[in-house]
Design a binder for this molecule. Structure first.
Ligand code: HEM
Length: 270
C-alpha cells in the first residue's frame, strides 16, 4: 500500500476545532488568546476557517522564508480571491508584476514633499468635524474616527465630489465590506444569488464606482498636478513603458484605499 500523506498532513491542528465551523468562533471571539494558545503547537499549526485549512507560522525563520526568500512561490490565496470582484486589482489584491508596477507608480504619493498637503487636509477636517462638539457630549468614538478618515481621504482622493456624493460613498462602504464577509461565509454558488443583500451590494459598488469614475474623468481632462492622491494616480507614468494607469486600474486603487483606510485607520484611531 502506498501512503498519500504529505508534509502538510503532519502539521498539528490548533485545539478546539469544531465540525464545519473549524476555529472561526474562538478566532472571532478571542483572537489574541486563540493565536497565543495555537503557538504552543509548534512552528507551523493548522487553523481551520470553516472547512478550509490555513497555516499559522510561528517561527521568524519560516516567516522570513515565505515573505522574503521564497516570496515568489507564494500567492495571496482564497481571501483575496473573494476580495477581487469587490476591490478589483488594487494594491491589496494585485500580485507579482502588477503589484510591483503599481507600488512603484503609487510610491511618489507617499513621499515627504506630498505630506504637507495631506496634513493640511487632516487639520481642516479635524477642525470642521469637531467644531460643533459640546463639553460633556457623548460620541461614538468608532463612528467619529471612521467618519474622520473617510472625510480626509475624500478630500485627496475624491476632491471634485460634493458632500452629498461623499455621504453616499460613506453609506456604501460598509455594504461593500459586508459583502466580503458574506462571500467568505457562504458557499460560492449561494453567495452570488441575487438576494436583496446582493442587490444592495451591487448598488453600493455602483455608487462608489460612479464617484471614482467622475473624478478620474475630470482629472484626466484637466491634466495638472493638484498635489493630491488622485493627481498621483492619474498622472503617474511607468518609466519603462511610458504608460499611465488605465482608468479601471485607478478606480481599483481608489476603492482599495477607501476600504483599507476606513477599515484600518478608522478602527486604529478609535
Ligand atoms: C492605522 C492605520 C492602518 C493600519 C493599521 C494599516 C494596516 C495595514 C496592513 C497590516 C497592511 C498589510 C496587509 C497585507 O499585506 O496583508 C496594509 C496594507 C495596505 N494599506 Fe494599510 N493600514 C492603515 C492605514 C491605511 C491607509 C490610511 C491607507 C490608504 C490611504 C491604507 C492603504 C493600504 C494599502 C493600499 C495596502 C496594500 C499595500 C500593498 O500591498 O502594497 N492603509 N495596511
Amino acid at each position: 500500500m502506498t501512503s498519500t500523506a504529505t508534509p502538510l498532513d503532519l502539521v498539528p491542528t490548533a485545539p478546539n476545532r469544531l465540525p464545519l465551523l473549524g476555529h472561526v468562533i474562538p478566532l472571532a471571539r478571542r483572537p489574541l488568546e486563540f493565536l497565543t494558545d495555537a503557538r504552543r503547537g509548534g512552528d507551523v499549526v493548522k487553523v481551520y476557517l470553516g472547512t478550509s485549512p490555513t497555516y499559522l507560522l510561528n517561527s521568524p525563520d519560516l516567516i522570513h522564508q515565505v515573505f522574503v526568500t521564497d516570496a515568489a512561490k507564494y500567492h495571496k490565496g482564497k481571501l483575496f480571491d473573494v476580495l477581487r470582484p469587490i476591490l478589483g486589482n488594487g494594491l491589496v489584491n494585485s500580485e507579482d508584476v502588477l503589484h510591483r508596477r503599481q507600488r512603484k507608480l503609487i510610491r511618489p504619493a507617499f513621499q515627504q514633499n506630498r505630506l504637507p498637503g495631506y496634513v493640511e487636509a487632516m487639520s481642516a477636517v479635524a477642525a470642521e468635524r469637531t467644531a460643533g462638539w459640546q463639553p460633556g457630549q457623548r460620541l461614538a468614538v468608532d463612528e467619529v474616527t471612521s467618519d474622520y478618515v473617510l472625510r480626509v481621504l475624500a478630500r485627496t482622493l475624491l476632491p471634485t465630489q460634493p458632500t452629498a456624493v461623499i455621504n453616499e460613498v460613506q453609506r456604501a462602504l460598509p455594504v461593500l465590506m459586508g459583502e466580503v464577509l458574506r462571500q467568505m461565509a457562504l458557499p460560492s454558488t449561494v453567495a452570488t444569488w441575487r438576494t436583496p443583500g446582493r442587490r444592495r451590494y451591487e448598488r453600493a459598488k455602483a455608487v462608489i464606482h460612479r464617484a471614482a469614475d467622475e473624478v478620474i474623468a475630470t482629472y484626466r481632462a484637466d491634466g495638472t498636478d493638484h498635489g493630491n492622491l488622485i493627481s498621483v494616480l492619474v498622472n503617474a507614468r511607468d518609466d519603462e513603458t511610458d504608460e499611465t494607469m488605465t482608468d479601471a486600474q485607478v478606480r481599483d486603487e481608489i476603492v482599495t484605499m477607501l476600504v483599507a483606510a476606513v477599515d484600518n485607520a478608522g478602527v486604529g484611531l478609535a
